[in-house]
Write a protein that binds this ligand. Structure first.
Ligand code: BGC
Length: 755
């Protein structure tokens, strides 16, 4: 009332005005001070946790003390399947994502809105929102670039905020033990240092947007076949030196505020009630301070899970709703444990900034997303083969360029399952569907054909779908160059039955290679595939699932506007028989290529609780297996060519745990970036007969330029995990340090002793 009167003052003379303005100030000040003091007096003592100056731990603790038992329980479970299952109730405040936790308004504790966001934000179409599709995480890992990973996470975090979410579910860090795993495209490859570094930096990027970040699926969810029941067997040393090491590095770099435990069992116990992996390793040894949430319906008990370290059930409350209340009341779960669970959730809310900086909705910036996604794609594409330097292609060429296969005329492929992002305008191969449909491959409207046409305006571009081998061969025969696009669609819930490209695409490449002058194969795959035709084609590019900027990124590489610099984050075997498990364990004719089907209709056609004994492979994941078993891969871990050449020289290394220095020179005609890699072979006492990646650097070099590179190996990577003392130990003895362009292309080496 008083304010309204004062906002409409009578006209005053300038002199008066001056006087009046200072009078106003003086007049308002006591009122304001009184108001502020009242607010302060009301809020400060009652809600001290709302003071942003206090550390997150303290704020969480203070908030917890103000909570009732019901409120604590409310924070440790979701509210049901919500939008994921047709007909299920949707809680008020639910933002349309995969999960929802109700906040406590009286205490200013916000709702938690969780969105699947492994490679971009899922389920945007349902709300008419836009989400950037990034390259697959495996593609990101092929950049070997921690800055690209941070950028990747920032895109996800930025768009989550814009869409009104405050928690990301993503950050897949399971190692690629099984190259046919349907979710490899959500993970970062076979090496713990590379995977942990990329995922850790991705999480940093997500959390830089006041979003709770997540690491998943903890742990050993290394295949989809039988994933809800499968019992993974592995000894402790191998656990710590492989998948758990990847998670450890991701946690140390990214400080994720949440970790999702996986569906499978580990040495008998379900991952979400496994006190060794959750309590002893994640919380104690890694110092993880956030909360552990279960994968969707991955909670199997109340007391056992709570005591083992699970902090939140998702998506519902079957075990952590009423049954947890009863367990606390009857003493089987101590109240202090429930406090710890709720306090961890509170800590993550305060530490992320989700309380002080709630998301503000706005239209996602698709242009920025596209630019970032394309940049990452361009660093991620791996030039696997380039006979007689057929690439880059000449922009001035006349004649026919044949483009064959994989819908290259309309778009690029994306991965399925809960990592699926909705394509703008709908699936580029069937726009009528609207939002992505579980189980159906989705193409994004970034057509390689269109961008190739822009690069080569004088050429005659012709397209063949690849469905008819004869038609493809006829076109290829009259073309000057044939670019064959091949794909492997992968999704959560099923593994590939073999390393072979599906749908007789090997036959397609053969048919083209038989008649074409120059065959270039562009792969869009979820992970490694076999290529029986590799000796018969000139060039091969692995583009993973390249994301919304994929079409242009591919054209930029094909025509040399971007010099390829990606390196393989996983070994490409020649054939399934060379893998530790020639068949995906548990995948039979009966289960078919569909081990389970978790969401579409709730059915689960799974093999009975099978066991996979990873001790056979143990610490020898990926390239370590190939080296120990003396098997020659098709393309080795770390492999990737450039349009220029690099030479390595002057390796120096006093002690394995100190800096390794060497020189790299660009001896070619083009500027380029080289991912220089350092490997160490431990002393014989380690029992290991293979090299380990211990460091790398992405080095940009102009033609003729030389740079000195310094890489300090991470001591944990030089150590072995000693089970007896439950600690990491450096083995005394002689270490062989090797430096080079790939795990099978080592240019320099030196022996260095550790006393
Ligand atoms: C997947 C998780 C996902 C969750 C929610 C599960 O089936 O394994 O990765 O976050 O569903 O959609």
């Amino acid at each position: 009332m008083y304010i309204t009167q004062e906002t409409e003052p009578a006209p005053l003379s300038p002199r008066h005005f001056h006087w009046r303005r200072s009078w106003e100030r003086l007049y308002w000040l006591p009122g304001l001070l009184l108001f502020a003091a009242t607010v302060h007096a009301q809020q400060r003592p009652a809600q001290p946790w709302m003071d942003p100056a206090l550390p997150a731990e303290q704020r969480a603790h203070l908030a917890l003390q103000a909570m009732t038992l019901d409120e604590k329980l409310q924070l440790v479970h979701g509210t049901g399947w919500g939008v994921l299952r047709d007909g299920d109730p949707i809680a008020p405040g639910h933002n349309g994502g995969a999960g929802f936790v109700q906040g406590i308004p009286r205490l200013h504790i916000p709702d938690i809105n969780l969105a699947d966001s492994a490679v971009g934000i899922r389920m945007a179409a349902r709300e008419s929102r836009y989400a950037t599709l990034l390259p697959s995480v495996l593609g990101l890992s092929a950049t070997w670039d921690p800055d690209a990973a941070y950028l990747y996470g920032s895109v996800i975090g930025r768009e989550l905020r814009d869409q009104g979410y405050n928690m990301s579910i993503g950050g897949g860090a399971d190692l690629m033990r099984e190259p046919r795993n349907g979710r490899n495209f959500e993970y970062a490859g076979e090496d713990p240092l590379l995977a942990g570094t990329e995922v850790g930096n991705l999480i940093r990027g997500v959390q830089s947007n006041q979003i709770i970040g997540d690491v998943k699926h903890y742990a050993f969810n290394d295949q989809e076949t039988g994933r809800n029941t499968i019992n993974v067997l592995l000894n402790q040393r191998a656990m710590r030196e492989t998948d758990l090491l990847a998670f450890q590095i991701a946690v140390e770099i990214g400080h994720p505020l949440a970790a999702m435990c996986s569906y499978n069992r580990i040495n008998g116990d379900y991952a979400c009630e496994n006190s060794y992996t959750l309590k002893d390793v994640l919380k104690h040894d890694f110092g993880f301070k956030g909360f552990v949430l279960s994968d969707w319906e991955g909670t199997h008990s109340t007391t056992k899970a709570a005591l083992a370290g699970l902090d939140m059930e998702q998506p519902g409350s079957d075990f952590f709703g009423k049954p947890l209340m009863q367990a606390v009341e009857n003493g089987s779960v101590p109240p202090s444990r429930l406090d710890d669970m709720a306090e961890r959730v509170l800590y993550s809310l305060f530490a992320s900034g989700a309380v002080d900086h709630p998301p503000m909705r706005r239209v996602v910036n698709p242009f920025l997303g596209l630019k970032d996604a394309q940049h990452i794609a361009e660093e991620s594409i791996v030039l696997l083969q380039n006979e007689k330097q057929v690439l880059p292609l000449n922009k001035n060429q006349n004649g026919i360029i044949a483009i064959i296969g994989s819908h290259a005329d309309v778009g690029v492929l994306s991965g399925g399952g809960s990592a699926q992002v909705d394509a703008p305008g709908g699936n580029a191969i069937d726009a009528r569907e609207g939002a992505a449909v579980w189980g159906k491959p989705v193409y994004f409207p970034s057509a390689p054909l269109q961008f190739i046409r822009e690069k080569a305006p004088h050429a005659n571009l012709q397209f063949e779908s690849g469905d008819n081998l004869q038609a493809a061969a006829t076109l290829a025969a009259k073309a000057d160059v044939a670019i064959v696009f091949v794909h492997q669609w992968m999704t959560e819930g099923q593994d590939a039955p073999s390393l072979s490209l599906p749908e007789n695409q090997d036959g397609l490449v053969e048919a083209v290679a038989n008649v074409s002058k120059k065959t270039i194969v562009v792969l869009e795959t979820g992970g490694p595939v076999s290529m029986p035709w590799s000796p018969r084609v000139a060039a091969i590019l692995e583009t993973w699932y390249p994301g919304i900027g994929g079409g242009e990124a591919i054209a930029n590489i094909l025509f040399g506007d971007v010099n390829p610099s990606g390196k393989l984050p996983a070994t490409f075997a020649r054939q399934d028989a060379d893998l530790p498990y020639p068949h995906v364990p548990g995948l039979t004719e009966a289960t078919g290529n569909n081990g389970m089907n978790a969401h579409a209709d709730g059915t689960k056609a799974e093999p009975e609780a099978a066991t996979v004994d990873y001790n056979l492979q143990g610490v020898k994941v990926g390239y370590k297996w190939f080296q120990t078993e003396h098997k020659q891969p098709l393309f080795a871990f770390g492999h990737g060519l450039s349009y220029t050449n690099f030479t390595y020289s002057d390796l120096q290394c006093g002690s394995p745990s100190q800096a390794v220095t060497f020189k790299i020179q660009n001896t070619g005609q083009l500027a380029g970036e080289e991912v220089a890699q350092v490997y160490a072979t431990l002393p014989a006492s380690s029992g290991e007969l293979f090299r380990r990646l211990v460091g790398w650097k992405r080095v940009a070099l102009a033609p003729g330029e030389t740079k000195m590179v310094t890489i300090t190996p991470n001591p944990a990577l030089l150590s072995v995990f000693d089970v007896k003392s439950d600690s990491w130990k450096l083995e005394p003895g002689v270490y062989r340090i090797e430096v080079g362009a790939a795990s099978d292309d080592l240019k320099l080496n030196v022996a260095a002793a550790l006393p």
